[in-house]
Design a protein around this ligand. Structure first.
Ligand SMILES: Cc1ncc(COP(=O)(O)O)c(C=O)c1O
Ligand SMILES: [Zn+2]
Length: 396
């Protein structure tokens, strides 16, 4: 059993492979300057059977996997009970799609209603451990809502830059917990640039999403939970609506770690869906390009998925899909709104359009034979409708 006192974490550069022992929050690789670093743990120190047994006795939240999360002292954990969300069978919707083993990972049940609660809990805990008192980020809504709750709980001041498209309801949710709000008259990529300039000019810590290693670490807990909930089996597919790519990169890393410990047999094929009006990843993937061409002016009302330039995250996903299999597909905003209704009326699950996009893309792939009827398919129900219900119903 790996004890916290012996926990040793390295940061590995995803470009050149340089390993730096983790003792501070690096913003880039000291060797090549690349921005995406990933945490590595000494997995040999974890005994499979002991760990499996320990986990089963712990509380139902994502910190039950704390040996593989990047917080050194548990007293720095900032938690609102996130993670260990239900994995439920969707028989009625599965029938409509021709899928016999369709499961929903109900991430709406996080403390602020989306899977970004995982990211907020792990990233804010890491920041607390590193003594960060003030934090800047750009968000299309859910990250800001989650971070504002966790930052309040940790006593960290938060500045959020929102792009133009974000609905007022979501901005209000973030403001309620005391975040400072700055609305940019531009795209999400422009809001990210503004946040980075602001952080630099005020010498404040910038949470750069996928480039902040704690985010990817948080997402891998979905893999741990899915495997545990399937009695330590991997599903055949993991599906998600994708924007910056943090979720699926984390999930793939989680299954890799489980396979290394002997708790999973494989990394599932990854199914990624984007809104047709902002689909840089899908477009590149369908053309077999290892690099994505940015979308300068996203044409979608689904602000949550409006990353026009996925940069290096797409390259990492391209490699992951080449290695483990997978598919990418688009769905239009209209198909997403239709799917919001179908999911709600067949399964009682009401999701935001960014999540419904996933089901709309999955339905296309299932009907075109990409997925075998018996395969086990897990879909990330990434966010709840509640901040935007009015908008959704007016589109039905
Ligand atoms: C509800 C919801 N679904 C999907 C995504 C896309 O997540 P990723 O960062 O993994 O691309 C987001 C991103 O904020 C989201 O809030
Ligand atoms: Zn490097």
């Amino acid at each position: 059993m790996l004890q916290n006192s012996s926990k040793k974490i390295d940061l590995k550069c995803t470009s050149c492979g340089t390993i730096t022992p983790y003792s501070q929050l690096l913003s880039e690789c000291p060797n090549c300057g690349a921005k995406i670093l990933q945490a590595e743990y000494n997995l040999d120190l974890l005994s499979q059977s002991d760990w499996q047994q320990q986990i089963s006795t712990r509380e139902a939240n994502l910190w039950r996997y704390r040996e593989l999360l990047p917080v050194l002292d548990p007293k720095n954990i900032v938690s609102l009970g996130e993670g260990y969300t239900p994995l439920t069978r969707a028989r009625r919707l599965g029938e409509k799609m021709g899928l016999k083993n369709l499961y929903l990972k109900d991430e709406r049940q996080g403390p602020t209603g989306s899977f970004k609660d995982r990211q907020a809990s792990v990233a804010i805990s890491v920041m607390k451990e590193r003594g960060i008192k003030e934090l800047v980020l750009a968000s299309t809504g859910n990250v800001a809502i989650a971070y504002s709750a966790y930052a309040a709980r940790a006593g960290i001041k938060l500045w959020v830059f929102f792009p133009k498209l974000v609905p007022a309801e979501k901005i209000r949710e973030a403001a309620v917990c005391g975040a400072e709000i700055i609305k940019i008259d531009g795209t999400y990529d422009e809001a990210k640039a503004a946040a980075a300039d602001f952080a630099q000019s005020k010498n404040l810590f910038l949470d750069a999403g996928i480039k902040t290693f704690a985010g990817v670490e948080s997402m891998k807990t979905m893999a741990f939970e899915i495997a545990e909930q399937l009695q330590w089996q991997s599903p055949d597919w993991y599906f998600q609506g994708v924007s910056g790519g943090m979720g699926p990169i984390g999930v793939a890393k989680g299954f890799e770690e489980l396979a290394a410990i002997g708790l999973a047999d494989l990394v599932p094929a990854i199914g990624l869906i984007q809104s047709a009006g902002c689909a840089p990843m899908v477009n590149a993937f369908k053309n077999r390009q290892p690099k994505a061409t940015p979308v300068e002016n996203p044409q979608t009302a689904i602000a949550t998925l409006a990353t026009g330039n996925p940069g290096r995250a797409y390259e990492l996903l391209y490699d992951i899909l080449q290695e483990n299999g997978g598919a990418m597909e688009v769905a239009t905003d209209e198909e997403a709104y239709e799917m919001t209704r179908l999911l709600a009326t067949t399964e009682g699950i009401s999701v935001e359009p960014a999540t419904a996009v996933t089901f709309a893309g999955l339905m296309k792939l299932a009907r075109s034979g990409w997925i075998e009827p018996d395969e086990v398919v897990v879909v990330n129900c990434s966010g709840h409708t509640y901040p935007v219900e009015e908008k959704i119903i007016s589109n039905w």
